[in-house]
Write a protein that binds this ligand. Structure first.
Ligand SMILES: C[S@@+](CC[C@H](N)C(=O)[O-])C[C@H]1O[C@@H](n2cnc3c(N)ncnc32)[C@H](O)[C@@H]1O
Length: 293
């Protein structure tokens, strides 16, 4: 039987070609031994049981085969919250935190109605709900597996004001009492093209759900429908906030018509245009009347 320290040294060496050998080994030891991070650091001489050690080496070999770390540990941190993830559900990405940051900057402390379209593991909805417990959120997804993960995450985070509905884009919101009622529509939609998908790294292509990432031939199909559909469900001066992919800025901005009063694009930390924030007009200028009132 080996100690935490011995397994850590062996794991780091075995995973030397992975992006973060030390961090990944630590997380796999924590998972195999069912210990906390504090216990990992406080008791390096603790020996793992035979079963735990076997599990550790099994996880290491799956990692060496290219299985994503988050699917092996079952957890991915986002907005400093641990989210449960499993195969079939997209692993939350750090760049999506910019979308959460921008939405949070815009929300005042009042009660707001928010839709999260394509909620995945529920990371955007739960992060907003944690900051604004008074917000009411309707989170949707076409994937049953994604909604199962999202439900699990809201119950682990003890959040009650999120409703989940399965369906494509705005279909789950098709109720007369929801038209023109949303303060925010947020989304990290699929935006990868079929050609880009073929070129993605194997770790993503072989393990993460294609439907969560790919949006048709150009990659812009879902975004286009999101912009077209959102106007009906937003309040006058409501916000549509969503993530875009590399080099999509100009094309996406061209999709916005005169129903929108202001459209802005924000760069991520790498300087890549990443988040679009669009505001619906207060007045329908063509007709000179208020919209949806
Ligand atoms: C890029 S993932 C984002 C997941 C999560 N919101 C996040 O930020 O990590 C896109 C999500 O949208 C869902 N999705 C794809 N097409 C959709 C559609 N037409 N309507 C609703 N959800 C869709 C996928 O199942 C997936 O969970």
């Amino acid at each position: 039987m080996s100690s935490i320290q011995e397994l850590f040294n062996k794991g780091k060496s075995l995973l030397r070609n992975c992006p973060q050998p030390s961090l990944e080994t630590k997380l796999l030891i924590i998972k195999s031994a069912s210990i906390s991070e504090e216990e990992f650091y406080a008791f390096p001489e603790t020996e793992l049981s035979r079963g735990q050690e076997k599990l550790f080496y099994r996880l290491i070999s799956r990692r060496l085969e290219g299985f994503p770390l988050a699917y092996l540990t079952g957890v991915k941190e986002f907005w400093s919250i641990p989210f449960r993830v499993f195969p079939g559900v997209l692993i939350p990405r750090p760049e999506t935190e910019l979308l959460v940051e921008k939405v949070i900057e815009l929300i005042s402390h009042e009660e707001k109605l928010i839709a999260d379209i394509g909620t995945g593991a529920g990371n955007i909805a739960v992060s907003i709900a944690k900051e604004f417990p008074m917000a009411r959120i309707i989170a949707t997804d076409i994937s049953q597996k994604a909604l199962r993960a999202a439900q699990l995450n809201i119950s682990l985070q003890k959040i009650s004001r999120i409703t989940f509905i399965r369906g494509s884009l705005f279909f789950p919101l098709k109720k007369p009492d929801l038209e023109g009622k949303f303060d925010f529509i947020v989304s990290n939609p699929p935006y990868v093209s079929e050609i880009e998908w073929e070129k993605l790294q194997k770790e993503i292509k072989n393990h993460e759900p294609k439907k969560a990432l790919v949006a048709g031939k150009t990659g812009l199909e879902v975004i286009h429908n999101l912009i077209r559909g959102a106007i009906k469900y937003l309040k006058p001066e409501g916000y549509l906030c969503f993530e875009i992919g590399v080099k999509q800025r100009e094309k996406v901005l061209s999709f916005f018509g005169p129903e929108w009063s202001k459209v802005e694009c924000f760069d991520d930390l790498r300087g890549i245009p990443r988040v679009i924030i669009a505001r619906k007009h207060l007045i329908n200028e063509e007709k000179g009347s208020r919209l949806n009132i």
